[in-house]
Design a protein around this ligand. Structure first.
Ligand SMILES: Cc1cc2nc3c(=O)[nH]c(=O)nc-3n(C[C@H](O)[C@H](O)[C@H](O)COP(=O)(O)OP(=O)(O)OC[C@H]3O[C@@H](n4cnc5c(N)ncnc54)[C@H](O)[C@@H]3O)c2cc1C
Length: 446
């Protein structure tokens, strides 16, 4: 009897150098399946990332046509769909990508009772269980993790992984139809790989100088491609390293790839952080509920021009600069006192690069509750952050068009200008919020 295996596509939307496809050469027939399961993805099928995936899957399916194959694309409960496929096609095994998301790990545990499951790590640079302290426990600071990582894992090998599989075409109907991807991030490998080579060729060596400037194209904007696997993270790491780690731009970019790795590492070792603050002292932080403030934050109508520019960039293109993510996360948690989980949820729906480990990591870092988090007294001032990282207000003018004609000396704090704009006054006083946040943090520490 033929051995039928499912390639259960997760966040590995590519054929080239996908070691799962090489492993699937063990099967007589391969059925490529993708399931948008909201429980596992933590983003709805109307989210930005669902649209991005839908476009990417259609492109990947077209590529697979050259192998006389196509992807069965479904939405719903993964276990129910897999049970159905097992009974109909006599599926023997499932080959899928290792994922640190706790819900995904639980799912893998469950399907292992019914199928032979082969799990491979294609999402991260390294084995997350390898970089440990001498006593076998995980590192809790990024700096100690990255030092140890460079000692043990630095030399990553590129794995050539051709597919020779024979594919099974099921004839089942696809049923995943999110809205069209309307972001500038085209979900195909040509676009992603071109962006990578342009970035490495033209900008990488200056990454350290411009990475924090919101008004410049200083960063790669590759996160959605890495997180979906359209662009291979290992291959990209090797391309960058080959330019020489002694170059400050390369070193700084690799450092950010390692932050991605560190977030995954922490989620792997401490899965509970998905629901709760890593820092227990902050678990009783007196979060406030304020629908009006939350909505103004979401829509970019807080009256803080830098915060509003960032939030409108997110609404418009499904992506936000890392500096902006820190500013708006600090603003939500330390100026508006709204629980970081609300912001995390909004990001999962609206970011084209939404990814659980980095999103939870970023939110908990900024809120001050995460592993190796920003110190509690680090409260971003939304006005001075704008002055520093968007000095001429170019970024603000781009995303908040009603401030286009404001003079540069007023652009970061339009409330002090006497001009008449259709733009809200600040919804809170940053100075008052800052004092209140420090008071709360101090009382929780004692
Ligand atoms: C509150 C908050 C939420 C975030 N949510 C996400 C998320 O859902 N998905 C996501 O991929 N990143 C998230 N980040 C991390 C970071 O903002 C993005 O990865 C980065 O902005 C992507 O832009 P880029 O591709 O131009 O990055 P570059 O600056 O070019 O960096 C290269 C790559 O390194 C990784 N990287 C860069 N900065 C970080 C970082 N601080 N943490 C982890 N990885 C990093 C990304 O994979 C990125 O593509 C979040 C950060 C914060 C503060």
């Amino acid at each position: 009897m033929s051995k039928i295996g499912i390639w259960l596509i997760n966040k590995d939307l590519r054929i080239e150098n996908n070691i799962l496809l090489r492993a699937l050469n063990d099967c007589d027939l391969v059925l490529p399946v993708f399931i948008w399961d909201e429980k596992l993805r933590r983003s709805s099928s109307n989210s930005r990332i669902a649209s991005f995936y839908h476009e990417a899957l259609n492109n990947l399916s077209e590529e697979l046509n050259h192998f006389n194959a196509e992807i069965l694309i479904k939405s719903g409960d993964s276990e129910v769909i897999l049970d159905y496929l097992k009974s109909k096609y006599n599926v023997h095994s499932i080959y899928t990508q290792f994922d640190v998301d706790p819900a995904h790990r639980e799912f893998v545990k469950n399907i292992t009772k019914k199928f032979e499951v082969k799990l491979l790590n294609t999402a991260y640079l390294s084995d997350l269980n390898k970089t440990l302290k001498d006593d076998g426990t995980p590192y809790l600071t990024f700096s100690s993790f990255s030092r140890a990582w460079f000692r043990n894992e630095f030399d990553i090998q590129y794995e050539n992984a051709p597919t020779k599989s024979n594919f099974l075409v099921s004839g089942e109907m696809n049923d995943f139809s999110p809205p069209l991807n309307n972001t500038p991030f085209k979900a195909n490998k040509l676009f992603g790989n071109k962006r990578l080579s342009n970035y490495i060729g033209n900008n990488l060596l200056n990454y350290n100088k411009f990475r924090n400037r919101m008004d410049l194209d200083g960063t790669s904007m590759l996160s959605a491609y890495f997180n979906s696997g359209i662009v291979d993270i290992k291959g990209s790491y090797i391309l960058a390293i080959n330019l020489g780690l002694d170059n400050p731009g390369v070193k700084s970019w690799i450092n950010e790839l390692l932050w991605r790795e560190f977030n995954a590492y922490i989620m792997f070792h401490f899965p509970e952080i998905i629901h709760s603050s890593f820092n227990n002292k902050l678990s009783s932080y007196p979060w406030e509920e304020n629908e009006d403030y939350l909505n103004r934050w979401k829509q970019g109508l807080t009256g803080f021009s830098c915060v509003d520019a960032c939030m409108r960039q997110l609404l418009d293109i499904g992506w936000m600069h890392n500096r902006g993510r820190m500013i708006v996360a600090s603003f939500l948690t330390k100026d508006l006192f709204i629980n970081w989980k609300e912001g995390e949820k909004w990001f999962m729906e609206n970011l084209v690069d939404a990814e659980t480990a980095s999103n939870i990591g970023g939110w908990q870092w900024t809120a001050g509750s995460g592993v190796d988090a920003a110190p509690y007294f680090r409260i971003f001032n939304p006005i001075t952050q704008g002055e520093k990282f968007d000095p001429n207000g170019t970024y603000i003018r781009k995303w908040v068009p009603e401030l286009r004609d404001v003079e540069t000396k007023f652009i970061h704090d339009p409330s002090i200008d006497n001009g008449i704009y259709q733009y809200p006054k600040p919804i809170v006083s940053h100075n008052d919020s800052r004092k209140k946040a420090l008071y709360i943090f101090n009382s929780l520490r004692n």
